[in-house]
Design a protein around this ligand. Structure first.
Ligand code: ATP
Ligand code: MG
Length: 269
């Protein structure tokens, strides 16, 4: 993606939402982890998803990204129903996600971790490199260049050749983000990008997410850090026990007695 700050055009209200989810549900045995959740996110919007531990937020992401199958409900990316497609197909439609717990290839270099997010290692590539070695080499050089630009954007370029295991918790979150951006998403799902991040890095991550969003990318943001939520999300969806509990401006929903009760004893600031 380009990371220069070209202001994106105002969202076109008549266009299909970047992501539209309706009546999504999923149980694990007796636990209803996601229960009738629906929302829409348009191009250039950030929607926060908050709620106490175990509310079903990460399960919701798994369902939207295609790593989990819903029991019922619909998921549309730019107007196209994708419930029948796997995770890979949804990446092809412009969806990318980061995981709550980053899973880099620890012994692999930081740059290579980003490059492999886009290319993978399919049999198709083996044939391509036999039949068109020049083209494959060119594509690989381009992918490395793009990955390096993303590392620069996320201030990880000085660590490009180091194994991922040397990264701090916050830097692993940034690497997750670089891997997601490598696929050039138009819809980006971020699962707790601030968890375990030190305060100095937090401001940087917020700034970068704002910049990504300013390119027109629709962002769905799961986060417990309410400072980050307030700064990035004009509106949030609150989940509790799998169900959508409230929606609105962050301060508005946090003042809602039902939301306060859902967090009962939890630490919401
Ligand atoms: N693969 C699974 N098998 C069985 N139960 C699961 C599975 N994944 C999630 N759950 C259960 O579903 C519920 C929702 O979990 P989920 O991880 O989606 O919550 P969350 O809102 O992301 O919580 P947190 O804020 O702690 O990350 C929990 O009760 C959890 O134990
Ligand atoms: Mg979670």
């Amino acid at each position: 993606m380009s990371v220069t700050t070209v202001p994106h055009p105002a969202p076109d209200p008549s266009a299909a939402p970047a992501l539209a989810v309706e009546s999504l549900s999923r149980s694990f045995g007796g636990i209803v982890a996601v229960d009738g959740v629906g929302f829409t996110v348009h191009r250039g919007e950030v929607l926060g998803v908050i709620g106490p531990n175990g509310a079903g937020k990460s399960t919701l992401f798994g369902l939207v990204a295609g790593s989990l199958k819903p029991d019922r409900g619909t998921i549309r990316i730019e107007g196209v129903a994708v419930e029948g497609e796997g995770a890979h197909g949804r990446v092809g439609r412009g969806l990318a996600r980061t995981f709550q717990i980053p899973r880099p290839f620890m012994e692999m270099g930081v740059l290579d971790n980003v490059v492999t997010a886009a290319t993978g290692q399919s049999g198709e590539r083996v044939w391509a490199s036999l039949l068109a070695p020049g083209r494959v080499r060119r594509e690989e050089a381009q992918a490395r260049e793009k990955a390096f630009a993303l590392l620069r954007f996320l201030a990880l370029d000085h660590l490009a050749d180091r194994p991922a295991r040397v990264l701090s918790g916050g830097q692993r979150k940034l690497l997750e983000l670089a891997r997601a951006l490598m696929t050039e998403p138009r819809v980006l799902l971020l699962d707790e990008p601030a968890a375990g991040v030190n305060p100095a890095l937090l401001d940087f991550i917020i700034e970068r997410i704002a910049e990504i969003n300013a390119q027109g990318i629709a962002v769905l943001l799961i986060e417990h850090n309410m400072d980050m939520v307030r700064r990035l999300c004009p509106s949030v969806l609150v989940m509790a026990s799998g169900r959508p509990l409230a929606a609105g401006r962050p301060d508005e929903v946090m003042a809602d007695p039902r939301v306060v009760e859902a967090y009962l004893g939890g630490s919401v600031h």
